[in-house]
Design a protein around this ligand. Sequence first.
Ligand SMILES: N[C@H](CCC[C@H](N)C(=O)O)C(=O)O
Length: 336
Amino acid sequence: MVQLHKVHGSQNHFFLLDQTELATELTDPELVTLAQQMTNPQTGILNGADGLLVVNRSEHSNVLGQMRVINADGSEASMCGNGLRTVARYLADKHHLDDFRVETLTADLQVSRQPDLAKDVPAFSVEISPVRFNQAALPFDNLGVSQLIDTPVSAFIPGLTFSAIAVPNPHLISFVPEEELTNGDIGTLGTMLNSPNDYFPDGVNVNFAHILGPNQLFVRTFERGVGFTNACGTGMSATSLAFVLTHPELAAAEQPITVYNPGGMVKTIVHHHTDRDWIDLIGNATETHVIEVNEEALHQANVTATNTTITETGETVAYQNFVANLPQMAAVSVKE
Ligand SMILES: N[C@H](CCC[C@H](N)C(=O)O)C(=O)O
């Protein structure tokens, strides 16, 4: 028998699989098929999830493990901010360390345990990096520009302006009036740009942000490879950087920005240096269930209610109490 973990960051839900505990690691095709089976609410346990986080051994120095990210549709992403907080907690608890690095597709990223946000709501800070703006990093095409920073794009939505930032996964960001959060536009644009289109050949995560005040945002994200999620960590981080760059009168680097989302709240700290940008993403790292299953079911992509033993951790209620006590959540909430 091996263990799987159901985890979330701001209720962006994942299954976490530590392959260093397996007799035989899954092949890449097996990981894709397992992610598709487990995340699908129809075929997966516990109402499915937004993706599969895979923890592997890392050969890099002072790195506790490697994280890979498989979206619900089976596509692999280079980064996942909410997911990295849960992987950081998993490795911190396993190795009894609080500050270390995690290997991701393009960089080894610094992570550190933070004070609990509330009783039984552990929190971690994770480095979101590398950050790039150039067209090839997203990639995007056919927009007549080589960078998108607060640029009108009538082909997307007339009247809105857009920024494109890779962290390193691709994000399209727009600061919008409140009604744009719920009038259907973000779903239409997100679906268009994640289907075959002339602009983002690899797709893109679409983030609509409503400015609540100085250093305060609400962000809703339509995720590449998933659709709407309760939160997108890299999306909220990229949006915070765009906030600092395009609204300097309302947001500054090096100080905490509070980012609300349909699943709760995180803090970000933008670092905007001449040689590089990065963002610290600070928020919950919640484990809701521990799942016992035999390894063969993983290779067969057949993890079901009948071949698993599921134990609740009790952290679900603790996180919901934390969200219920957030001052701003009553104001702007678009529950999925
Ligand atoms: N859908 C994203 C990957 C997951 C990122 C998100 N869940 C986060 O917390 O950053 C992409 O394809 O780039």
